[in-house]
Design a protein around this ligand. Structure first.
Ligand code: PEP
Length: 249
């Protein structure tokens, strides 16, 4: 059985002060029986969030982006090793905002995934279809293509060691969430793509998760947790989602 996992993607929100406060409020509010938790603050807030959580909470910290290169003349980029040196344990790759708004290809996502693992970080690989692709019946082929690109790059065993987040693009930041049945169908499909080793791979659902819809989603057998955007910016909402997860898992 995969262990449950709750992740909060703070995107490009907040100030240094609000990021430290949010980290502190989540750390203080997480019950002793809480799911494993990761927060993904903006890059420049990573050190202060890591410092805020150190010695007071088992919450892990991850980066929202990483360079595909280990080092070199890549102005403005940040390597996986630099993130590891800061104390990051996870990195997001393949988020739909980066795929669609910033043109990240399957190949680039796979290279970033490899860069994270080479530096000892755990990638959280986001996959998911657009509304148009869903309406054309292409959901499963799109998800397969996105995962296969990474499998080709690093091998299936390495994908099984990561976390995979199914995030339908039409559900991200829109307030419209996949039904539990829609999400479970894709999660079961992804589980089927992984080896026996993939039984313990954490499969997260993301897309407008909130305190009201979390319980039904987390009740699904192949949904091991959630990747939460908007609702992770309010400590009380995020803590309620954590509570729902504990009750379902
Ligand atoms: C996300 O950013 O990964 C996400 C799922 O956002 P939201 O929860 O706001 O839809």
């Amino acid at each position: 059985m995969a262990k449950s996992l709750l992740a909060g993607n703070w995107k490009m929100h907040g100030t240094a002060q609000s990021a430290a406060q949010l980290a502190a409020d989540i750390a203080d509010g997480l019950a002793s029986k809480a799911p494993e938790t990761i927060v993904f603050p903006p890059l420049v807030h990573l050190p202060l969030v890591i410092a805020e959580l150190a010695d007071r909470s088992p919450i892990a910290v991850g980066a929202q982006n990483v360079s595909q290169y280990p080092e070199g003349a890549y102005t403005g980029e940040v390597s996986a090793q630099m993130l590891a040196d800061l104390g990051c344990q996870y990195g997001l790759v393949g988020h739909s905002e980066r795929r669609t708004l910033l043109g990240e290809t399957d190949q680039l996502v796979a290279d970033k995934f490899a860069a994270l693992q080479d530096a000892g970080l755990t990638p959280v690989l986001c996959v998911g279809e657009t509304l148009d692709q869903r309406q054309q019946g292409l959901t499963l082929p799109v998800v397969k293509r996105q995962i296969d690109a990474v499998v080709t790059r690093v091998g299936l065993d390495n994908v099984c060691r990561a976390v995979v987040a199914y995030e339908p693009v039409w559900a991200i930041g829109t307030g419209e969430t996949a039904t539990p049945e829609q999400a479970q169908e894709v999660h079961a499909y992804i589980r089927g793509q992984l080896t026996e080793q993939g039984r313990s791979t954490r499969l997260l659902y993301g897309g407008s998760v909130n305190a009201d819809n979390a319980a039904a989603l987390f009740a699904q057998p192949d949904i091991d947790g959630g990747l939460v955007g908007g609702a992770s910016l309010q400590a009380q909402q995020f803590l309620k989602i954590a509570q729902q997860m504990v009750e379902q898992k």
